[in-house]
Design a protein around this ligand. Structure first.
Ligand code: SF4
Ligand code: SF4
Length: 355
């Protein structure tokens, strides 16, 4: 009898991983065996990865350890070759710096960035170097950069106003420096582990970057609003809202829009992919969505438990590219905001009429 080592993926495991990613790409499951072979072949080559940590709380690494298909151990030991990662590597001090320099010289690596980049001198340093210097050195030689979490997307919480360290995201940093390396943005606070695994698997399996929206986010995970897929949507449409935490409406699972839910303007597959190994998610646990996948979510969307008047309400499956992100107070956005307001007040009226 063949005993499978805990850290050795079988053909069946690759098939499961390939099928999982195909589901989000909207491809037929019949392609899974072919793509599983491609993934298995790519895994044998052990794609080198340099994982950089900048201004963040390492919450995205915490999030990633919840992945289960594949597990972080399988990802790190069986599929990728993590040449540098300050959180998990055994090396320290000069040895760690040497590992990083050697990996950059060898080239051919994917760079994963966790955290925003402080652009003021001395505001974020590792081994005597400014974080922005490290980002430039490592970023320009990378095959691609995967920017995980809100912080590497646009600075996230560390870049909240007044942003004393002038922290920015990877894409903006590359634009300022003229670095042409492609950047895949996976925002979220923290990043959804399934989005990271699926994106890495996509790159290894198909040998290319997934289709991105105008903010550099893979459309397979950021193509539709939370509101479009929300299990509470029927309550929204009927005008049934939670007005206070602890109320009977909350116990009945009514819509959280009036409690500040930003689901109508947040593009993410949270309702389908879920969190903690597909166990639950924010709205499922009774919390309004705070819009953590959207640009400058702290400055633009706080206070998180207050309803925003000027939000966009895309009808049907309209992509972010078509309608733009609903933070700017543009005419269309105001009109859409009024539209959602009408649904809310109209719904309330209907409720009152019923009583
Ligand atoms: S407003 Fe929020 S809770 Fe209500 S249906 Fe939309 S996403 Fe769901
Ligand atoms: S439901 Fe909203 S707040 Fe929760 S993770 Fe998804 S985008 Fe972020």
């Amino acid at each position: 009898m063949r005993v499978k080592s805990a850290l050795s993926l079988t053909r069946r495991d690759f098939l499961k991983i390939a099928s999982g990613t195909l589901a989000y790409l909207g491809f037929s499951g019949s392609l899974a065996p072919k793509l599983a072979s491609a993934l298995e072949k790519a895994a044998k080559k052990r794609q080198p990865v340099i994982w950089l940590h900048f201004a963040s709380d390492t919450g995205c690494t915490e999030s990633l350890i919840k992945a289960d298909k594949p597990t972080p151990a399988e990802l790190v030991l069986d599929i990728l070759s993590i040449d540098y990662n300050e959180t998990i590597m055994a090396a320290a001090g000069h040895q760690a710096e040497e590992n990083l320099n050697n990996a950059v010289k060898r080239g051919g690596y994917i760079c994963v960035v966790e955290g925003g980049i402080p652009t003021k001198e001395g505001h974020g340093m590792i081994a005597g170097k400014n974080m922005y210097e490290i980002m430039e050195e490592v970023g320009k030689n990378a095959v691609a950069v995967v920017a995980i979490g809100a912080c590497s997307f646009d600075g996230g919480i560390p870049a909240g106003s007044p942003n004393p360290s002038a922290i920015i995201g990877v894409r903006e940093f590359f634009q300022r420096k003229g670095i042409k390396t492609p950047v895949i943005n996976l925002p979220g606070c923290p990043v959804n582990p399934e989005f990271v695994i699926g994106t890495v698997v996509h790159v290894l399996m198909l040998g290319k970057v997934p289709e991105l929206d105008k903010l550099g986010r893979p459309k397979m995970y950021y193509g539709r609003t939370i509101h479009d897929n929300c299990p509470r949507r029927a309550h929204f449409d009927k005008g049934q809202f939670v007005e206070a935490f602890g109320s009977k409406e909350e116990a009945m699972g009514y819509c959280l829009y009036k409690m500040g839910c930003k689901g109508p303007e947040t593009y993410s597959e949270c309702p389908r992919v879920l969190w903690n190994a597909r166990l639950n998610w924010c709205i499922g646990a009774g919390s309004p969505c705070i819009g953590c996948m959207e640009p400058k979510f702290v400055d633009n969307l706080a206070p998180f438990y207050s309803r925003l008047a000027n939000i966009s309400l895309p009808s049907g499956d309209v992509s972010a590219d078509k309608i733009g992100i609903g933070m700017a107070v543009a005419t269309g956005v105001i009109v859409a905001g009024h539209a959602i307001g009408r649904v809310v007040t109209g719904g309330k009226k209907k409720e009152e009429e019923k009583e």
